[in-house]
Design a protein. Structure first.
Length: 342
């Protein structure tokens, strides 16, 4: 199969392919999604097959207008209207209990709930409107590997397997959306996956506490939202997280053991590490926002840069604000492993 790059003038063609059951990857502000018609089970089945994704892992349904929710959800959580008014379109996914048989079970992972989002990308919103159907949109990559933040990443993983990709350059945020569970109207909202919309921002809008589910889903469990598995987003090369105070010891350890190591961090660390390691991927600056934007691209670049790379040392950040989203992904990429000073 030839995988086409769709230009802005060809969005209607991409929409027709999606409506008919084909697979087209689309850009969002977070990562690139693998689009398929959410109402066609055979199209969604192809998404799982192409990604190599477990079929018990639910998918996010992407909408072009909040009004589309009425087709699937009867009883909205009291917080829903406020949150959609503030954060849609944007990097916030909301989980609701859905009407019986309103979505195919393959979309929901067999659950009575579904996740919905309205992405903040004009090209993608236009395609969803022109397709006249909601789209599923898991990350457009091989399952378990770093998520794609450019069309080139999509083509690296899925070229020849999907009809095409809508190219809109690099994504602006770089990690997947915040997932908030609103499936029980009587319960407090709960974050199942942190993202660019932070706990603090949600609490400011709602004027009440938002809980965080810190449970790590094992391989044998059925997750309620995507990205909850214990190990995820991982390159082939082993990843180890390094706290800011441990970098001198980590670089000494690499040198002593003559390891072919890569470093994934901001300028203050990378300038020191540049001549101590085999490869460096430097974030745009030392902020956690730059780290989040560059995380998946950096993991991919280092993994593919040098044959025989043995380890990637990646900068850890405090788990507050955007740091919660960044560390959520990095911990899974590293299988929870931090560098330990010997």
């Amino acid at each position: 199969m030839e995988t086409k790059k769709f230009s802005e003038e060809q969005l209607s063609e991409a929409a027709k392919i999606l409506a008919a059951g084909g697979l087209v990857a689309f850009p969002t502000e977070t990562v690139y999604g693998l689009g398929a018609n959410a109402l066609l089970p055979e199209a969604v089945t192809q998404v799982y097959a192409v990604k190599g994704r477990p079929s018990d892992n639910p998918l996010i349904v992407h909408l072009a207008d909040p009004e589309q929710l009425k087709d699937y959800v009867d009883n909205l959580h009291p917080a829903a209207e406020k949150l959609m008014a503030k954060f849609w379109p944007g990097p916030l996914t909301l989980i609701f209990s859905i009407k019986n048989n309103s979505l195919p079970p393959i979309v929901t992972g067999g659950l009575s709930t579904a996740a919905f989002r309205m992405p903040a990308n004009k090209k993608t919103l236009s395609v969803i409107k022109q397709a006249h159907v909601p789209l599923v949109g898991p990350s457009a990559n091989t399952s378990g590997k770093p998520s794609p933040t450019s069309a080139e990443h999509v083509l690296h993983d899925l070229k020849g397997k999907i009809a095409g990709v809508i190219d809109d350059g690099a994504t602006s945020i770089g990690v997947e959306s915040t997932v908030l569970d609103l499936s029980d109207p009587a319960a407090n909202p709960m974050i199942l996956r942190p993202g660019a919309v932070t706990k603090e921002q949600l609490e400011t809008v709602l004027g009440s506490e938002v809980e965080i589910d810190k449970h790590l889903v094992s391989e044998s469990e059925r997750p309620k939202a995507p990205g909850m598995k214990y190990k995820h987003y991982a390159p082939d090369t082993k990843v180890v997280m390094v706290q800011s105070e441990d970098w001198p010891a980590a670089l000494d350890w690499v040198k002593q053991h003559r390891l072919r190591a890569g470093v994934l961090a901001g300028p203050s660390i990378c300038e020191t590490a540049r001549f101590e390691t085999a490869a460096v991927y430097m974030y745009a600056d030392d902020t956690v926002e730059a780290a989040a934007k560059g995380l998946f691209a950096g993991l991919r670049a280092l993994d593919e840069s040098i044959a025989g790379l043995e380890i990637i040392l990646a900068a850890a950040f405090p788990e507050t604000g955007m740091g919660s989203a960044y560390m959520n992904r990095l911990k899974k990429a590293a299988n929870q492993n931090f560098f330990q000073v010997k």
